[in-house]
Design a protein around this ligand. Sequence first.
Ligand code: ZN
Ligand code: ZN
Ligand code: FE
Length: 762
Amino acid sequence: MPVRVHIRVSGVVQGVGMRPFVYSLAARHGVSGWVLNDALGVEIEAEGRAEAVDAFVAAISEQAPPLARISAVEVSHIEPIGGESFEIRPSGAGPSPATLISPDVSVCDDCLREMADPQDRRYRYPFINCTNCGPRYTIIRELPYDRGGTTMDRFEMCRECRAEYEDPADRRFHAQPVACPACGPHVWLADAAGTELASDDPVARASEILAAGRIVAVKGLGGFHLAVDATNEDAVRRLRSRKAREKKPLAVMSPDVESVRRFCELSRAEEKLLLSPERPIVLLRKKPGTPLAESVAPRNQHFGVMLPYTPLHVLLVEHGFPALVMTSGNVTDEPVCYENADALARLSEIADAYLLHDRPIHIRTDDSVARVISDEARLMRRARGYVPRPVVLGSESREAILAVGPELKNTICLLRGREAFLSHHIGDLKNVAAYEGMKQAVSHLQGVLEIEPARVACDMHPQYLSTLWARESGLPVTAVQHHHAHIASCMAENGAAGPVIGVSLDGTGYGTDGAVWGGEFLVAEFSRFRRAARLEYVAMPGGDKAAQEPWRMALSHLYAVHGSALLDMDLPLLERVGRDRAQTVVTMIERGVNSPPTSSMGRLFDAASSLCGLRDTISYEGQAAIELEGVAALGENGSYPCSLRQEGDALVIAAEEIIGALVDDLSAGTGPEVAAARFHNAVLDMVADVVARLREGTGLDEVALAGGVWQNARLLAGALERLGATGMAVHAHRLVPPNDGGVSLGQAAIAAAGGGASDAPA
Ligand code: ZN
Ligand code: ZN
Ligand code: FE
């Protein structure tokens, strides 16, 4: 007796080769029926002997194509209708697409083999791709994921490409970006003025220009890069000065792992991350005596390295460069260019030449940045390769929610059911192009996911541009405290229901008392939190300026220890700053002029960095702390003391003793490497101590670590080890950034649980 089943497969199942896979599976198991893509995912009917159908159904999830992420296979029995063949039917459209579109995927080995084969019709074709690789998220305009819904719709397939596209047995069956030199996009070279330069091989010609030390703007997958030979000091300096990017490390692209080993240490986990299909920029420890120019990452212990992820990049780096600088194609602080005309206009003062192509990028997506800490890959910037894969929450949200994130390192998040779709990194909203990028990300994600939010969640900060946008959206608003959102984000990613002891060590966040928070220990659930311990407030003389100028925080923390007597101390800091300026700042603190109170841990790191003589002013966010971590001596076990006192139902942590001991240590001739290590150890001791006290007081055995300070590898690895050794469950971020890039996820999770402060629409 034949049986017939209806099968619904959901998850990331479109654009990943599901239908040809199902087709060949049907042939193998001798079942008849059909398969199609619709707005809900993949729909199948299959008929045959009961055992054959069972085996067929089981194989769908067991043997699924590598890029598929199946979230459910639902099977129901229906009336058999007979039939001999199995066919692939055209896509159907449906009312509510729950289909998950795939992120962009780096070029696969099969495509690389073809591209290197002189007999292949795609020999050296920079846009080769198949169902297992190529652009996805960056070219999709709308669902269902079909050619017409992508930016490839302007290229009519040639006869041969169409034959591959329509052949269920072909590895390009329904690969939407399929193309060849005859019918697909092409690449060309332009001079500084944008005029096309005739060339048989524009990519090879671009490599020659790079070898001559020039700067080439390269259009890639999610936007433009500015490329320059990473071994050429003059060239890298020229790029820095034209880009007005003084010190921030520049990412590099290397042809292969062997090349990377020439200038970086590489653990097995780091190698795996470099080679993963997501191909993020990986922060790797520099080797001494590297062939790369000093100005690639000055005063930094790491290089940010990625491997080529598109065929175009593969062709570009194969010309004997150990590495090319591939930094984002923008003027510093602006978002990356992703359209040809815009790049020609905005990069004209920087690029000597342009390597352009005519496959439009629908949505700008930066390179992701990751770092291996305690043997696990952890994202610091989540974008290309990861977006729009959802984070699956432990419980269902009754309404669809849009969370608009904070203002710096902005991301947005759409939550529907249990799936939270975190957007790509958008950037600092104070930049008007980034602000436009946020609005574009909101409408794009709402469009391709067909989510109509019923509520918007935002930061409590009344002046954040994202908050103002939320208040004008017309939707009911939930305002969420920044560090509560950080902890909720970590809980959500790790499937923790809470309550937890949340350790939010961060730069800046608006507190419920209006102060600048950032060294917070919260007893937190999604629906509420209690501030159980915090750093003692010190002044931020100059307000926002204090975040740019760590010497101000050094004076402020010194003031907390010594009062105005600090001005009479014999400190190198005072020599560098000048006694007059120091006097002015002390006066500001004493009179409370433009000196808001802060409990920020990030600012405490800034103070320590300045006191160690490393960094008095910064040119990029986090620089002072990064350099402090960078110099800290690895084997040093010394520490500094710290005191706690009870104030109401909260513990207050005075950093005075830490700062006092640090200054004494330095004055006694201890080097900055040892002092920096002891400072890190002191912060770890403090965290372990406070968590132990809160554990005793609450009986909670779960900890969540979140906030930008946890990007510090020494701190995170130390905390995971120390807290883990006490038998507590310790949650930290992996796929979601611990910095403000993860805040929108926490906002969404809190709003879904009815937490935060809700208002009716204005
Ligand atoms: Zn491929
Ligand atoms: Zn073709
Ligand atoms: Fe933050």
